[in-house]
Design a protein around this ligand. Structure first.
Ligand code: SF4
Length: 556
């Protein structure tokens, strides 16, 4: 099996020590990326860790394909215990960081401990340096980038950064990289902030040689020439109007499924504001969305479709420039746009203020600095719902992304069982269920009959993509056969590896008390309980949502 190489570097920011050790057995069994991050986290983070405690760790990992020139590989992974879900969680960021990480020569980097003083850590192939940075306390993501450029000649694509929200332990703070790219979901930015780490830089010239099949060139060529693909012009927002048309666009804090202003904030509106091509490293598909509003001078990247939902339809806002501004504020302050938009939508629902975009922008800033009502909202929907007097629209504490499961029922089940919570990319089942004309593999979105095995297979497949690391937007190019060839492993074996990764996550979470009671939804689906049991049976788990005989970990 093709896999990442290099040692595991453990950085204890509390006692300022570093250790490099051989983890070849983990790399060769789990490929890289999420697989390696999950295995290391499972075995090295105590099951009873406080997410904000020094014993929690963040594992930064990338995969073997980051040593190729293939499209769809500009991504990397971070794994740790989430302060939002309280479970083990991997988050995946695009941008340009992954190549700089690979260039350090390390296969994985663990950040553990807690520093009393705000610190930056510089990781290179020639050594590791700790730099106290009290002057960066409260600095925005851009300000950190400017400092690192001026003082160290580093580009922001070499950095991971905790914004003010991360320092203030906002439970959905993201780890930012390259200004607008984020390890977004699950609050790992708050874990970095709680460790007293403002920034980590990666640099070097020691990327390993990895022997990758020439098929990578075919994928690259096709990605470059797919000019009629809708994601080339409008990225993820190209689905907005369609999702609205089939009643799958959460609106006004999930109280409706269609938004009358969808066309004002959807694909065409975003494409009009797009002023240049945007991409991740090596990716010729270039689905990113650098946008500019000439009138206000506002520049950002995106919004992506999920942000259009969270700060647009779900907040009752039909102004694309307003959504761009919310997006930009979240990027500057370091917060997940989905969770932030959803919790603000919950506040708007509680106060009958849908559409009040000035209030939305005010709340984004108050959340990041935990001021006034922002302090409650910084806890996320699950912890704030009772006090706000609204329904808890989360799974396992993670706010819902779009692609609503009340219309796309299989995606609904996928939200419920996901170890990460209500995130669309865990199984990404929505992509099978949109009733797109001419899409051979489309599955009827209504009902759950026959879907549990398909969800299991998709979750396993995605766990492998996240380990490779391959962007999931490669779906129209990365066939199972191509994945087999690239990773030099039979597809059945890849499915087994994906299943093992999902099971490790589940086992860790079971030790923290997660079970069937946590695989729930805030709405009913037909034959949901039977489908849940079928899902567990397909995975070989107990009917209470726990794994049968858990893998033994150092945390045991
Ligand atoms: S498809 Fe889009 S998100 Fe994925 S690697 Fe390419 S540019 Fe980045």
């Amino acid at each position: 099996m093709l896999h990442a190489t290099g040692s595991l570097l453990t950085i204890d920011v509390g006692d300022r020590t570093t250790v490099a050790e051989d983890v070849d057995d983990v790399l060769s069994s789990f490929i890289g990326g999420r697989g390696v991050g999950v295995k290391l986290a499972h075995d090295r983070i105590p099951f009873d860790t406080d997410p904000f405690g020094p014993e929690n760790s963040l594992f930064f990992t990338t995969g073997p394909l980051q040593c190729s020139t293939m499209s769809f590989t500009g991504r990397m992974n971070c794994t740790g215990v989430s302060p939002l879900t309280d479970g083990l969680l991997s988050s995946n960021a695009g941008g340009f960081l992954s190549r700089h990480f690979a260039a350090t020569g390390y296969g994985a980097v663990q950040v553990t401990g807690r520093s009393d003083d705000l610190v930056a850590v510089h990781v290179t192939d020639e050594g590791i340096e700790f730099e106290e940075v009290p002057q960066l306390a409260g600095a925005t993501v851009t300000e950190v980038g400017e400092y690192m450029a001026d003082e160290h000649g580093l580009g922001d694509e070499q950095l991971v950064v905790a914004g003010p929200a991360g320092e203030n332990r906002v439970r959905f703070a993201s780890i930012m990289t390259t200004e607008h790219r984020a390890f977004g979901r699950g609050g790992l930015g708050a874990v970095l902030g709680a460790k007293g780490v403002k920034c980590i830089s990666f640099a070097g010239d020691s990327a390993p040689d990895v022997d990758i099949d020439p098929i990578q060139m075919d994928v690259h060529r096709e990605a470059a020439t797919a000019n009629d693909h809708p994601m080339k012009s409008a990225g993820t927002t190209s689905v907005t109007e369609y999702a609205n048309h089939v009643s799958a666009l959460p609106t006004r804090y999930f109280s409706e499924l269609e938004f009358e202003g969808a066309s004002d904030i959807g694909g065409e509106a975003v494409a009009e504001k797009k002023y240049k091509k945007g991409t991740c490293s090596q990716c010729a598909f270039a689905c990113k969305l650098p946008t500019k509003d000439e009138e206000t001078g506002l520049e950002t990247e995106g919004p992506e479709y999920e942000t259009v939902m969270a700060f647009g339809s779900n907040a009752g806002v039909d102004d694309i420039v307003s959504v761009m501004k919310s997006n930009d504020l979240c990027d500057e302050l370091g917060m997940d746009t989905i969770s932030c938009g959803d919790v603000i939508s919950a506040y708007l629902a509680a106060n009958d203020e849908f559409g009040n975009d000035e209030l939305v922008h005010d709340l984004v800033e108050k959340i990041a600095y935990r001021e006034d009502e922002g302090d409650l909202l910084a806890e996320g929907v699950h912890r704030a719902a009772d006090e706000l007097g609204v329904e808890d629209w989360t799974v396992k504490g993670l706010e819902f992304s779009a692609h609503d499961g009340r219309t796309l029922n299989g995606q609904g089940l996928a939200f419920a069982v996901s170890n990460r919570g209500a995130d669309h990319m865990y199984a990404e089942f929505y992509s099978k269920e949109y009733p797109l004309v001419g899409k051979d593999e489309a599955v009827d979105p209504t009902g759950l009959d026959g879907k549990p095995p398909l969800i299991v297979a998709k979750e396993n497949h995605n766990a492998v993509l996240d380990s490779g690391v391959v962007c999931k937007f490669s779906r129209d190019f990365m066939t199972e056969e191509r994945l087999e060839t690239l990773l030099d492993t039979e597809y059945e074996k890849l499915q087994d590896t994906g299943a093992e990764i999902v099971e490790l996550e589940r086992h860790f979470n079971n030790q923290r008390g997660f079970d069937r009671e946590d695989d729930t939804l805030p709405y009913d689906l037909p034959d949901f309980e039977a489908a849940l049991s079928e899902y567990y049976a397909e995975r070989g788990w107990n009917d209470d949502g726990t794994v049968k005989s858990g893998p033994v970990s150092a945390g045991d």
